[in-house]
Structure formats: C-alpha cells, structure tokens
Write a protein that binds this ligand. Structure first.
Ligand code: R5P
Length: 292
C-alpha cells in the first residue's frame, strides 16, 4: 500500500532524455489509439511492413467454393504460413480451432449471394461478436458505383465507428460491380473513399496501369486480392508487380487454395511480400517445393 509519509523523493525525471516519439511504421496510422496500432502490428510484419493474408471468406456469397469444400481439411494446413486469416465467423468457429492463434480479419458484411444483387449488403456481425472472436480487423465490402453504393458506404462508416470504440481496425474491401472496370481511375476512387471514411487499411485489385497512383492516392496501406485462379507464375508476377508498385501485401484466396500445391504457393507469395524475391525466383521456389 502507498504510504503518505517517509517516501523517497521522486527526482529521476531524465529531463535531458527526449521521449521517443517514433512514428508508427504503417502509412497513415500514426494518429490511432494503442489498440488499433497493436492489432495492425499483429497483422503487418514489423520488419517488412507488409502482410500475407489468406482469404477464404468466399462461401459467404458463393457457398462451397472449389478448394473450400472442407476448410478444416484444406485451410488448416495453410494457416501457419499466413499472417492473417480472412474469413466469416461461421468458418472460423466451425473449422478453425482457436489454438491456431492467428490474427483474424473477420468478414462482417452480408445480405447477398451470387444469385442476387451483390451490393445489397448490411452489417452482419455485431461489434461484440468481433470482440468475442478477438478479431484483429473487420472486413467491410464497399461497392462504389453499384446500385446499393449508399448502403455499403453506410456499413463501412458504422463499422469504423464501432471499431474505433473498441480498438479494432476496419478493412475496406473494394468490390467491383458488374459494369465497372478494374482500372486505376475506378480503383483509385474506391480505395480513397474507403480511406476517407476511416478505414485503417484497404483491399483492392491490382491493375496493370496506374497502380502506383492508386497506392499513392490512398493514405493508408493497400493489400491486393488475387482474383480468379491464374497459372502460378502469372499470379506470382502480379503479386510482385503489386508489391513493387507499393502494395503493403496481399489478401489472396483462390490463387492459393486452388493452386496445385497451396502450401508451396503460399510460401512463394511470402518470399515476394516479405523477402523481396522476384517473381521468377518465387516461381522457382514454388516448383522446387511443389509435391515435396
Ligand atoms: C470476395 O468476396 C472476398 O472478399 C475474397 O476474400 C477476395 O475476393 C479475395 O479472394 P481472391 O484472392 O480469391 O479474389
């Protein structure tokens, strides 16, 4: 118990030692609270400043997707090589034991399937459940230019508010509507809108022209989705270009879990994202590891 009398005089204030005020290592996130920064640090490697997220939330709109028919069989062996698991709460609770102990980017929007208008979404997870699941981020889909753009932006704003209350970052996921092209103009707008609305990081697609400007115009880190399955060398080439042009990582799904050898593919992607390997070397690594 503290005493009121007889205490040593406090004098070691180190007045000549400046308080360390290093900026936070991730772009645009210096002004955030401890909880947000701590969760971002769990997801983004401090040395490389990047992340390899494994996306397997596809079932929320697609049902059983090729490669995800049994996430307990196909995703679990991949978990140790991913920095973050991106999934729904259903797949998480049902297929991933808590002992896997990986940061989770929790898919928190819902309301549509492939059979209907995809942009007609709402918030589908209470912030309390995100806290209960110890989520490191909430993933919110945004449909700029689509029929229900307004709803998706409202979902995003509400998630950001809730996330700030509890210290959980929000990942804005820029989905491209049926009539929109994945060009720098569109992606630049969509990613910037997400950041302006308060997301701490944004997921988008890579575009062959102008991706550097997309990254530069977004004040917070950008990670890229993989999109439809490509031959492994092409997927690694896309990954390398995105990193080379400023992406802070990937949030890749089908190009990992639909690969002929998902673990080797994930290792090859990691070598680009964290170790700066070229696409050629990463593909060589994939070929060497494949089937072993
Ligand atoms: C799509 O609805 C999901 O957000 C996926 O997580 C996203 O598309 C990334 O997966 P992929 O690399 O397969 O495109």
């Amino acid at each position: 118990m503290a005493d009121a009398t007889g205490n040593k005089i406090a004098k070691n204030y180190y007045v000549d030692v400046k308080v360390k005020q290093d900026g936070f290592y991730l772009k645009g996130l210096n002004g955030y609270d401890w909880g947000i920064q701590d969760r971002m640090t769990r997801m983004f490697n401090k040395k490389s400043g990047r992340t390899v997220m494994l996306a397997f939330d596809h079932g929320y709109i697609m049902g059983p997707t090729a490669g995800l028919e049994r996430p307990d069989v196909t995703v679990l062996p991949l978990a140790e090589y991913a920095d973050v698991l991106m999934c729904t709460r259903g797949a998480l609770r049902g297929c991933i034991p808590s002992t896997v102990n990986k940061p989770v980017a929790l898919r928190c929007t819902t309301g549509a399937t492939l059979l209907r208008e995809l942009s007609y979404e709402c918030l589908g997870v209470d912030i309390e459940d995100a806290v209960r699941l110890n989520a490191s981020a909430m993933a919110i889909q945004v449909f700029c230019g689509a029929e229900y753009e307004h709803n998706s932006l409202e979902n995003l704003a509400k998630a950001v508010d809730a996330g700030l209350r509890y210290g959980i970052p929000t990942l804005g996921v820029t989905a491209v509507g049926k009539d929109m092209v994945r060009d720098a103009r569109y992606l630049g707008m969509a990613t910037r809108v997400c950041a302006e609305l308060g997301c701490q990081f944004v997921k988008t697609y890579y575009c062959a022209e102008g991706f550097e400007e997309v990254v530069a115009g977004c004040p917070v880190p950008i990670v890229i989705a993989g999109g439809k399955k490509l031959p492994e060398n092409e997927a690694l080439e896309m990954c390398w270009k995105a990193i080379d042009e400023g992406a802070s990582g990937v949030d890749m799904g089908r190009n990992i879990f639909q690969s002929d050898d998902p673990v080797s593919m994930l290792k090859a992607v990691r070598s680009i994202v964290h170790d700066g390997e070229t696409a050629e070397k990463a593909y060589q690594m994939y070929c060497d590891l494949k089937g072993k």
